[in-house]
Design a protein around this ligand. Structure first.
Ligand SMILES: *Cc1c(COP(=O)(O)O)cnc(C)c1O
Length: 405
């Protein structure tokens, strides 16, 4: 086997389809969010405004977050020093888990290395360990849930995205004796649409199914204390498991699940992806806990964020640029062509100092290529104007159609 040749050919295949990923080489600037320095391949550096960050509220540079992290490093050092079981449980982990359980009004919480690992480990463990388990997965679920379910080898039914009737049909068709797990998200990342959580819980309850909700794009963002869409709609107690990340709106890193004490103890005791991995640095736990606490008590970030989403949508409408309507903070501007999407993104970056990563197949279906724009409370009205003006020029240059007002 010529390994090198194989790798090269596979990568060439990606390049030919326009699916080869090129990372923007950024240096985020503390205190200047959403500004960053971008390094080009020739080594030159320029200033860019980031419009596609999942640090939705700029909490990654909030003094509460960074202050807590610095303090924890000075107190405890860099790493945790072990797995949670073997000397790696730091008091900051314990405090964070209490904060998380309180956030979602659950008995208990467990921190994992990332949101990805949380989904993979928790769903994988539940679906493989619970006798006769069967998973019912929304058709648009994130790769981390899909991998967890696949790893579990439990039978799986995929229901049409956000389609409660289809879920009900699939539950009805299944073995009545099966231990059913309904897995879905609240805010879907690419379309920004929101699941009908209450209706899904109704159907799940009817069939005695447990519910597993990924609130990764909603925690910190929705609900009076940032508990997510389920908090906003008063539904947290109806969900068996609420999963989230500390890496998006909370601006740090790490993932978690919250649930009953028994369920959390079960995952803690059986999930390989939790047990055999070094605990995250205490400073991450401290920073995340401070960020969560801040967003439990402050609405300013969420309000500013919503205001900027509203202004951006109004400005896009005024010049007829098509964007998906949804009730979330994600503004998908629809290009509908992989090459043009990449082209617009490249020119935004090179000529306008604006960074929006193109989203192409296979992340989204072909023909729905888009720029996924995430306004933060720290973008200014001038930033929005600059973005919309640049988009307007590039839209004309690419001869893309506009909606008639
Ligand atoms: C980003 C994401 C994850 C993974 O979270 P990380 O903390 O980034 O690993 C899980 N689920 C969804 C829906 C996501 O978009």
């Amino acid at each position: 086997m010529n390994f090198e040749k194989y790798f090269e050919e596979e990568l060439d295949g990606l390049r030919e389809n326009g699916n080869y990923r090129v990372f923007a080489d950024l240096e985020r600037k503390m205190g200047s969010f959403p500004r960053a320095t971008r390094y080009s391949e020739d080594g030159s550096a320029s200033d860019v405004t980031v419009w596609c960050s999942n640090d939705y509220l700029g909490m990654g540079q909030h003094p509460d977050t960074t202050g807590a992290m610095k303090e924890a490093i000075d107190k405890c050092g860099a790493g945790a020093g072990g797995t949670r079981n073997i000397s790696g449980t730091n008091h900051y982990h314990v405090l964070l888990e209490q904060e998380l359980a309180d956030l979602h009004n659950k008995e208990s919480a467990l921190m994992l290395t990332s949101g990805y690992v949380a989904n993979w480990a928790a769903l994988g463990t539940l679906a493989s360990r619970i006798p006769n388990a069967m998973v019912f997965s929304d058709g648009d679920n994130h790769a981390s849930m899909i991998e967890g379910m696949r790893h579990s080898r439990a039978p799986k039914a995929i229901w049409k995205h956000n389609d409660v009737e289809d879920l009900a049909r699939k539950l009805d068709d299944a073995d009545p004796e099966a231990a059913k797990i309904v897995a879905f998200e609240s805010v879907y990342s690419m379309d920004g649409d929101i699941a009908p959580i209450a209706e899904i819980c109704d159907v799940a309850e009817q069939y005695g199914a447990m519910t597993y909700l990924d609130e990764v794009h909603a925690v910190g963002m929705y609900g009076p204390r940032g508990g997510g869409i389920a908090e906003q709609e008063g539904l947290m107690d109806r969900l068996t498991v609420i999963q989230g990340t500390l890496g998006k709106a909370y601006g740090v890193m790490g993932g978690y699940i919250t649930a009953s004490s028994n369920l959390i103890d079960f995952v803690r005791s059986f999930a390989s992806g939790f047990i055999f991995s070094t605990a995250l640095p205490p400073a991450l736990a401290a920073g995340a806990a401070a960020s969560i606490r801040h967003l439990k008590n402050s609405e300013i970030e969420r309000m500013g964020q919503r205001r900027n989403v509203r202004i951006l949508r109004e400005r896009l409408d005024a010049i007829g640029l098509p964007h998906l309507q949804n009730n979330s903070h994600i503004v998908p501007v629809m290009v509908g062509d992989a090459k043009k999407c990449k082209f617009i993104s490249d020119l935004l970056l090179d000529n306008y100092g604006i960074y929006v990563q193109p989203i192409n197949y296979p992340t989204v279906p072909e023909g729905t290529e888009r720029l996924r724009i995430t306004p933060t409370p720290l973008h200014t009205t001038e930033d929005i104007d600059a973005l919309v003006d640049a988009l307007s020029e590039l839209w004309s240059q690419c001869a893309l159609s506009r909606a008639v007002a």
